[in-house]
Design a protein around this ligand. Structure first.
Ligand SMILES: *Cc1c(COP(=O)(O)O)cnc(C)c1O
Ligand code: SF4
Length: 371
């Protein structure tokens, strides 16, 4: 358990307050003055940070702030939540909407890019604003919460598109909304006969695990099949609290996956990703995607060469349980969707003979079948 009382700022906070997600949200660190009470910052860095905050918002939950190791300059937790001056360097190729989501928007909240599934953006709010966020044009830019009018038009869109069998609730973070409001939307989605599964994308198990209450999962389980994907990027984020939050989700019968973004200086080594994946499966979270970092504005310093991801993938496949290995993808700029980038295991394809290379680099041959 985290001993938050060591921190001067929170020494008088009660256990009850600390474990209350609403307290955590209300007491997020959003300005440099409060931040400097948690981690020592040089005067010139604070000035740069102020500049950065004019453009990209900061919010760090007290819980997540406690995971920072202040003495470690490259702390992987800090890098994800505290802005760096590098965010101000916006390159010309970087895009406000790298995934072309505006182009595929069907209502104010629906993005329909793939044949059988839609993205339903409920809010621009997140518990924490990740520095590497790909949807930063939206997440944190305004405190957008979907209006009843937009809910209705979005539900109408889904109703009239019978090919939609998977509705993915995202944002922002849908779990920043109240249980009641969330249920009012989920209940109406569940009433649509052709919707087979409801998915939710949330980082709350990582940044505010107390949000995953018994009440929340009790509500969700009424609308099964519900699937959840979360977003752990580093093994240090897998605390007892985060593990308990994931257990509450899985115990409610909700399959839980994880989407990691490959980030320079945070998790760009095979050792780190391997440790992360192994720790995830121990808490019953299935590694789903490993993302190449997108070209959103001000996050170029987080990007790694694509070769790095391939090198990491080659060190996972075969070495650890198959279900601990995520799929490495590039979400194509402009809206092409997620494209898997694979390590090449086919050495040669000679007529009916396929030469394959296994994970150790040994060559095997497979005689192909005829049509
Ligand atoms: C990622 C994404 C999905 C879900 O894709 P899966 O590969 O099924 O996880 C759906 N719609 C949009 C627009 C997305 O970006
Ligand atoms: S939780 Fe997701 S949407 Fe919110 S800031 Fe982080 S990456 Fe962006």
């Amino acid at each position: 358990m985290i001993d938050y009382r060591n921190t001067e700022l929170w020494k008088n906070v009660t256990e009850e307050q600390w474990h209350d997600w609403k307290w955590q949200l209300k007491n997020r660190i959003q300005d440099t003055k409060t931040l400097s009470k948690i981690i020592h910052m040089r005067e010139e860095d604070l000035i740069l940070l102020e500049e950065c905050l004019k453009r990209f918002r900061m919010a760090v939950t007290p819980y997540y702030a406690c995971l920072i190791t202040p003495s470690e300059p490259g702390c992987p937790v800090k890098a994800q939540c505290i802005p760096s001056a590098q965010e101000m360097q916006i390159s010309s190729f970087e895009m406000e909407d790298p995934l072309g989501e505006v182009k595929y928007a069907k209502t104010k909240a629906i993005v329909h890019k793939y044949p059988d599934r839609v993205l339903f953006l409920l809010t621009g709010k997140c518990a924490m604003y990740c520095r590497h966020c790909t949807r930063r044009r939206f997440a944190g830019s305004e405190d957008f919460v979907i209006s009843e009018e937009d809910i209705c038009s979005s539900l109408d869109y889904i109703k009239s598109h019978t090919e939609v069998r998977d509705v993915l609730l995202s944002g922002g973070d849908p779990f920043t909304l109240s249980d009641r409001f969330l249920e009012s939307i989920i209940r109406r989605i569940r009433e649509i006969p052709h919707v087979e599964i409801i998915r939710i994308g949330t980082r709350t198990p990582v940044v505010i695990p107390m949000r995953i209450t018994e009440e929340l999962v009790g509500m969700l389980r009424k609308y099964h099949p519900v699937w959840i994907n979360t977003h752990f990027n580093h093994p240090n984020e897998i605390t007892d609290e985060a593990a308990a939050a994931c257990a509450r989700i899985v115990d409610a019968g909700i399959p839980l996956g994880n989407q990691t973004v490959l980030l320079k200086g945070v998790n760009d080594s095979a050792e780190t990703i391997k440790e992360l994946c192994l720790k995830l499966v121990k808490i019953r979270v299935r590694p789903y995607y490993l993302y190449q970092c997108d070209i959103a504005q001000g996050i170029n310093h987080f990007r790694t060469p694509v070769e790095k991801g391939l090198e990491i993938m080659a060190k996972l496949r075969g070495y650890i349980s198959g279900f601990a290995v995520p799929t490495f993808v590039i979400d194509a700029p402009g809206g092409g969707g997620k494209i898997p980038v694979n390590v090449q295991y086919i050495e040669e394809w000679n007529g009916s003979e396929i030469k394959l290379k296994n994970y150790k680099g040994e060559i095997y041959s497979y005689p192909n079948a005829g049509e």
